[in-house]
Design a protein around this ligand. Structure first.
Ligand code: AMP
Length: 449
C-alpha cells in the first residue's frame, strides 16, 4: 500500500515525502481509512509503530476541509498524552503537517509557567496537545474553551492510567461536546483500558498492530548477569569497549539516575540524567544534546523516557530492571525504531531474578545470557529453556533465533465486568479504583449543560 492510496491531500503527501517516509506503517494503513470514515477507533499500538502520523494526518486533513470562520479560533482537536516529552513529540508532528494547511497547534503541560500558555490559547489555536492535569487547570480557570472540540485522541492511554490521570481525564471529558470523534491508542489492553474505551468510544473500530518493539528482527536483546555492586563498572566497560556513542540507560529511581550519572562522569564518560525532578528547560536541553550526539549517555527514569523519540537509537541499557514487566517492552522500544536494528542489554543482579522471570514470561521468550571475561560468572537462572544460543564470550549479543510471540488477540470486552486490581506501584491506579469512576455517565451520554 502507498500513501497515495490513502486519500491524503497533496500538501500532506509532500510533507510525508519530505520526512522520508515511503510506505505507510501497518497502523497508518489501517487507521487512516477508519478515521476518514468518521468512526471511533480503539487501536492497540505502541510508540515506535508510527501511530502519531496515523492519527495526525487524517485529523489535520479533515480539519482543513471544514474551515470554520470565527473571530477567534478555539481548539477543534484535543490530544491527551501522559508526559511532556510525548506532548512535544506529538505536537511537533501536528505542527509539521498542520502548518501546511494553515492550522495552528499548541502544547499544554505542567511544570512551566501557565501565563505563556494562556496567551497562546487567547491568540487562538486549532489543535491542542496536552497532559491531563494542566489542561484541567486551564478548563477550570476558563482559559481554554473545549466546547468546539471535534476530535479527542487519547494517546498512550494505558500509560495515562498508570500515572494516575484517570480522574483528570474524566473531568476534562465533561467539558467536551457530546458529538465528537474519539480515538484511543494504547500499547496494552488492561481491564481499565477496556472500561475507559467502553465509556468514551461509540461503537469503535478495533485495530491491533504487532508489538514491533519486541520483534526479534528489530531489537537484539541480552542479559548480562552481574553483582549489583559491579554494575556501574560493567556499564562503563561495555560503553568503552563497544565504543558506544549514543546510549540510553534506564534507572529505576530519580536518585539512582543522578547517582549513576555522577559515577559515569567520574569514569570520564559524558552523561546526563533526565527525570521528573529536573526542570522542563533542562530536560529539553539535555534531550536536544543527546539527539545531536553531543551527549554519550542519557540516564532516564521510565516516566521521563516515555515518548522520547530519538531516531536510530542504537543502544538501550537496563541498568536496573523495571518493576512492571510492560515497562521493559516500552524501554527497549526506544531502540530498533523505524526499521533500524538496535541492541537492548540488561545488567541483572541476583536480586532481580524475579523481575527477569516476569519479563521473560510476558515476552514468552528467554533473553540470551552473555558473559564478559573480565567479570566473574554469576548465576541468574533461566525461566525456560533458552531459545537462542549465546554468542562467544565478550563478542556481544547474538540475534535471538525465535521470534517472541506477538501480542495476543484480545477477546471482546465485556461491559462492566469487575476490574482485577493491578500490581501496586507508586502512582499506579488500581483497576478496581478506576471502575466505579467510569461507571458514572460521561459527557457522551450526558451533555454538559
Ligand atoms: P510513533 O509511533 O508515532 O512514535 O513513530 C515512531 C517513529 O516512526 C518516528 O521516528 C517516526 O518518524 C517514524 N515513522 C512514522 N511513520 C513512518 C513511516 N511511514 N515510515 C518510516 N518511519 C516512520
Amino acid at each position: 500500500m502507498s500513501f497515495d492510496s490513502l486519500g491524503l491531500c497533496a500538501e500532506l503527501l509532500s510533507a510525508i515525502s519530505s520526512q522520508g517516509y515511503t510506505t505507510p506503517t501497518p497502523i497508518q494503513s489501517q487507521a487512516i481509512p477508519v478515521i476518514f470514515e468518521g468512526c471511533d477507533l480503539l487501536a492497540g499500538a505502541q510508540t515506535g509503530t508510527g501511530k502519531t502520523a496515523a492519527f495526525a494526518l487524517p485529523i489535520v486533513q479533515m480539519l482543513s476541509e471544514t474551515t470554520i470562520r470565527k473571530k477567534r479560533r478555539s481548539p477543534r482537536v484535543l490530544v491527551l498524552v501522559p508526559t511532556r516529552e510525548l506532548a512535544a513529540q506529538v505536537s511537533k508532528e501536528m505542527q509539521n503537517y498542520g502548518r501546511r494547511l494553515s492550522l495552528r497547534s499548541t502544547m499544554i503541560y505542567g511544570g512551566v509557567n501557565i501565563r505563556a500558555q494562556i496567551e497562546r490559547l487567547h491568540r487562538g489555536v486549532d489543535i491542542v496537545v496536552a497532559t491531563p492535569g494542566r489542561l484541567l487547570d486551564h478548563a477550570e480557570r476558563g482559559t481554554i474553551k473545549l466546547s468546539d472540540v471535534e476530535f479527542l485522541v487519547l494517546d498512550e492511554a494505558d500509560r495515562m492510567l498508570d500515572l494516575g490521570f484517570i480522574d483528570d481525564i474524566l473531568k476534562v471529558v465533561e467539558y467536551l461536546p457530546w458529538q465528537r470523534q474519539n480515538l484511543l491508542f494504547s500499547a496494552t489492553y488492561s481491564q481499565s483500558i477496556k472500561q475507559l474505551a467502553d465509556e468514551l468510544l461509540d461503537q469503535p473500530r478495533r485495530i491491533e498492530v504487532a508489538r514491533r518493539n519486541i520483534a526479534a528482527d528489530a531489537v537484539v536483546q541480552a542479559v548480562y548477569p552481574v553483582e549489583r555492586n559491579r554494575k556501574r563498572e560493567m556499564l562503563s566497560h561495555l560503553i568503552r569497549k563497544g565504543d558506544w556513542n549514543q546510549v540510553l540507560v534506564f534507572a529505576r529511581t530519580r536518585y539512582g539516575a543522578d547517582k549513576l550519572t555522577d559515577e559515569l562522569l567520574f569514569d570520564g564518560i559524558q552523561a546526563a540524567a533526565i527525570h521528573s525532578n529536573k526542570s522542563q528547560s533542562i530536560r529539553t536541553r539535555t534531550l536536544a544534546e543527546f539527539k545531536r550526539g553531543e551527549l554519550r549517555v542519557l540516564v532516564a527514569t521510565d516516566v521521563a523516557a516515555r515518548g522520547l523519540d530519538i531516531e536510530r537509537l542504537p543502544h538501550v541499557v537496563n541498568y536496573e530492571l523495571p518493576q512492571v514487566p510492560e515497562d521493559y517492552v516500552h524501554r527497549i522500544g526506544r531502540t530498533g525504531r523505524a526499521g533500524e536494528d538496535g541492541v537492548a542489554l540488561s545488567l541483572v543482579c541476583p536480586e532481580e531474578q524475579q523481575r527477569l522471570l516476569a519479563i521473560e514470561k510476558l515476552l514468552e521468550y528467554t533473553i540470551p545470557r552473555q558473559m564478559i571475561a573480565e567479570f566473574p560468572q554469576i548465576a541468574v537462572k533461566r525461566g525456560r529453556k533458552s531459545q537462542a544460543k549465546t554468542s562467544k564470550k565478550g563478542k556481544g549479543p547474538s540475534k535471538p533465533k525465535k521470534k517472541p510471540a506477538q501480542q495476543k488477540k484480545q477477546a471482546p470486552a465485556k461491559k462492566r465486568t469487575p476490574a482485577k486490581p493491578t500490581t501496586s506501584r507508586r502512582g499506579k491506579v488500581e483497576a478496581a479504583k478506576v471502575a466505579p469512576k467510569l461507571g458514572r455517565r460521561l459527557s457522551r451520554t450526558k451533555p454538559r449543560s
